[in-house]
Design a protein around this ligand. Structure first.
Ligand code: PLP
Length: 369
């Protein structure tokens, strides 16, 4: 009997995997950390808790190399920057773009400057950007002001902008839509995701549309975009000058991809809505406690929005397939967890104490639901 396991197929990263579909200078060597190929996790228990007779999947983008979906776009943006002879890159960030830009710039040997709103980025993201060797600059302003600053810098200094207004970022991010179709055999009925600067929703729509046009999918999904109530310019139809939310990743008041996002929502017959911070936190708890999927707060917004629409009977999902995008890993924002959950108890290291606890379980996400 042959007991040898078949080899695990090599995953080459998103550029090499989907190269014919990515608009990139031909022949360039990708700067890659083998991003992509993230799991599409079935979530039947969560679907049942949401009250729906539907199939729910979680696209766990927090498992990318730097812990967020940004790596898909960054591999393409940094590859192209190198091809064009860049020596330095710059971005404004609510945190994840900073960590991702820093990692890929390190891999390419480029200088990387990141501009972040002081005190408003999660510690795990700051730690990443610093660890990868970026020059991290706090500003006494919000993301929107940071974006204005780096746009000007890219015009006046020899530095390449790698925010999602850089078209190569979207070229990479759209590969998540290809992977969803490759995993399911076709597009789902709905794709739900959080919306901040609106690059990701734009990229998903590009990806689904392109795959459909190329004959790789039979249809495109409806998009459900979800913003935080305190940072919901697309829902309100006006710029939010002072955005606020616990979901710092989407604390954005003037999205750069505003028009493209509205067009994607329109073309997909989709919907955009806002959820409160409490609804985000509740969805975040449900994801972790019901399915074992730990995400950062912004990533729970898609589930919160879906839950709200089901509760209001605004959608009939019976028999449908729904994919929610988990954009960033829970370890990105440990401070949020420590605020949202009870602290651990301390016991003496003796059996009797543990036995007593066994009889009287601690309040946890499992016991209090
Ligand atoms: C974890 C996470 N989720 C969602 C978003 C929103 O993506 P976009 O700004 O492309 O709308 C971001 C953006 O920083 C993010 O970091």
């Amino acid at each position: 009997m042959d007991t040898k396991h078949p080899p695990i197929p090599r995953w080459p990263g998103v550029v090499e995997r989907y190269r014919p579909l990515i608009n990139l200078t031909p022949g360039v060597e990708p700067v890659t950390l083998l991003e992509g190929n993230t799991p599409l996790i079935p979530a039947p228990r969560l679907a049942a808790r949401l009250g729906g007779d539907f199939e729910l999947y979680l696209k766990y983008e927090g498992l990318n190399p730097t812990g967020s979906f940004k790596d898909r776009g960054m591999t393409v943006a940094i590859t192209q920057a190198v091809a064009e002879g860049a020596q330095a890159v710059i971005c404004a960030s609510t945190g994840n773009t900073a960590a991702s830009a820093a990692a890929y710039a390190a891999r390419a040997g480029l200088r990387c400057i990141v501009i972040v709103p002081e005190g408003k980025i999660a510690k795990g993201k700051l730690a990443g950007a610093l660890a990868y060797g970026a020059e991290v600059v706090n500003i006494s302003g919000n993301f929107d002001e940071g974006l204005r600053l780096v746009r000007e810098a890219a015009q006046r200094l020899p530095v390449t902008l790698v925010n999602s207004i850089n078209p190569y970022r979207l070229e990479g991010q759209k590969t998540a839509a290809f992977e969803v179709v490759d995993a399911l055999g076709d597009a789902p009925d709905w794709l739900c995701l959080p919306v901040g600067n609106a690059g990701n929703i734009t990229a998903y729509w590009m990806g689904f549309s392109q795959y459909c046009a190329a004959g790789q999918a039979q249809r495109t999904p409806r998009l459900l975009g979800v913003q935080a109530e305190g940072a919901a310019p697309l829902v309100r139809g006006e710029v939010v000058p002072h955005p606020e939310t616990v979901a710092t990743a989407i604390r954005i008041g003037n999205p750069a991809r505003w028009n493209q996002a509205m067009q994607a929502l329109d073309e997909s017959d989709g919907h955009i809505l806002a959820v409160s911070d409490e609804e985000i936190i509740e969805a975040w708890r449900m994801l972790a406690a019901t399915e074992g999927v730990f995400v950062e707060p912004a990533s729970a917004a898609g589930i919160a929005g879906l839950r709200k629409r089901i509760a209001r009977r605004e959608v009939d999902l019976r028999g449908q397939r729904v994919v929610c995008v988990m954009t960033g890993h829970g370890l990105k924002d440990p401070e949020f967890v420590l605020r949202a959950q009870a602290e651990p108890v301390t016991l003496p290291p003796v059996f009797e104490a543990l036995a007593q606890l066994f009889e009287n379980p601690l309040e946890t996400q499992i016991t209090n639901r």
